[in-house]
Design a protein around this ligand. Structure first.
Ligand code: PHB
Length: 359
């Protein structure tokens, strides 16, 4: 029987177990939004996971929407990430970077020259941005020109190339959680009338062009994708999520990607609050390796892998608080609780100071 501790190959990436670290924003980047030695220590501590997916990492200056998120678009950032990949590889782990563009989930304070954030359509999200000077209402973004969308697919590929230079084993295209690519996919945020809006075929076009561009640059076996069909995070929705995402998954089959990382429901929300969606149908449509995510513990994760519902399981909070989660699972040991006060601040506190099991 397949268990969480059995190895698996996701495209070109060979994992020693099926316990994946989910992408988690931690806001500890240093000067120039570059990863520091502390960031390298944090990921290095977690390298017994079969695969680490890094925190979401902007592909260009316009892709930033939060303070101190590490990018993958400058020399300084590439050099910073080299320390991270080295720490993980020295400890025998694997690591892929999550490529991010926040789209409208930003604020002029966080944009080059105080410009408006960009999005498929000029629709303001409800809520507030976290800026360097406190919370500020989101603004109405500027709708991208058609020609800019085509150029952005190339920006993703350049970031993927930067990731290879930084030593990553792969990349994950972040197409979930109400950020730019999801804003194109879902009907509530995409009112375009060109070939990138309207029908689900048109709403999926940008994502498919990004995958094409990234796969041509670094090879499909190093590329994964994150989708979150029904998350309500960042004020987003779709009039027919089942239809939209069955279409998307059918189309991404042709790329033969390393994995699909599927966030069920809304990140962090308990299962009884998830909007309805038939994940088994996506599993049946998708031909590649599937990582399921959101709220799993050892027993529920082991069940999904044993039954074949998933090939691997991603853990966020559990790996955040338990750098040696794999060993704790093996031993059936007790788990540290996350320090929720220090998720997004605190430097080393609540970051690299979670205790390991005694040897
Ligand atoms: C966040 O910074 O809150 C965040 C970033 C990326 C996600 C989800 C949440 O996918």
């Amino acid at each position: 029987m397949t268990d969480l501790f059995s190895p698996i190959k996701l495209g070109d990436i060979a994992l020693s177990n099926r316990i994946v670290m989910s992408s988690l924003t931690r806001n500890r980047a240093g000067a120039g939004n570059a990863p520091t030695d502390l960031v390298a220590e944090y990921y290095g501590q977690r390298s017994s996971a079969g695969l680490i997916l890094t925190e979401a990492s902007p592909i260009c200056p316009e892709g930033h929407g939060y303070p101190r998120t590490p990018g993958i678009h400058s020399r300084e950032q590439i050099e910073g990430w080299k320390k991270v990949t080295k720490a993980v590889h020295d400890a025998g782990g694997k690591i892929a970077i999550q490529l991010w563009h926040v789209g409208r989930i930003s604020h002029p304070d966080l944009q080059p020259n105080g410009a408006l954030p960009v999005a498929p359509s000029a629709i303001r999200p409800e809520g507030q941005a976290i800026t360097y000077s406190g919370m500020k209402d989101y603004v109405t973004p500027r709708a991208l020109e058609t020609i800019e969308i085509k150029a952005l697919a190339g920006t993703y590929a350049k970031a993927a190339e930067n990731a290879m230079e930084a030593g990553f084993d792969g990349i994950e295209v972040h197409a979930g959680n109400g950020y730019l690519l999801d804003q194109f996919l879902r009907s509530s945020t995409n009112r375009r009338t060109d070939e990138y809006g309207g029908s689900r075929e048109n709403r999926a076009r940008f994502l498919l062009e990004v995958l094409d561009s990234v796969c041509s640059k670094i090879g499909n076996g190093k590329v994964g994708i994150r989708l979150s069909p029904v998350t309500v995070f960042n004020d987003i929705s779709d009039e027919d999520p089942q239809g939209t995402f069955e279409y998307v998954v059918n189309e991404i089959n042709r790329f033969d990607l390393a994995f699909l990382d599927l966030l069920q429901g809304t990140g962090g929300a308990p299962q009884d609050q998830w909007l309805p969606f038939d994940y088994d149908r996506l599993r049946a449509i998708y031909k590649g390796n599937l990582i399921l995510n959101n709220g799993y513990d050892y027993d529920s994760a082991a069940r999904e892998v044993a039954s074949g519902k998933a090939d691997a399981i991603a853990f966020g909070r559990l790996l955040l608080a338990n750098p040696d989660l794999v060993e704790r699972f093996r031993r059936g040991a007790s788990l540290n609780a996350p320090d929720y006060e220090r998720l997004y601040s605190g430097e080393e506190k609540g970051y690299t100071d979670y205790p390991f099991l005694a040897a």
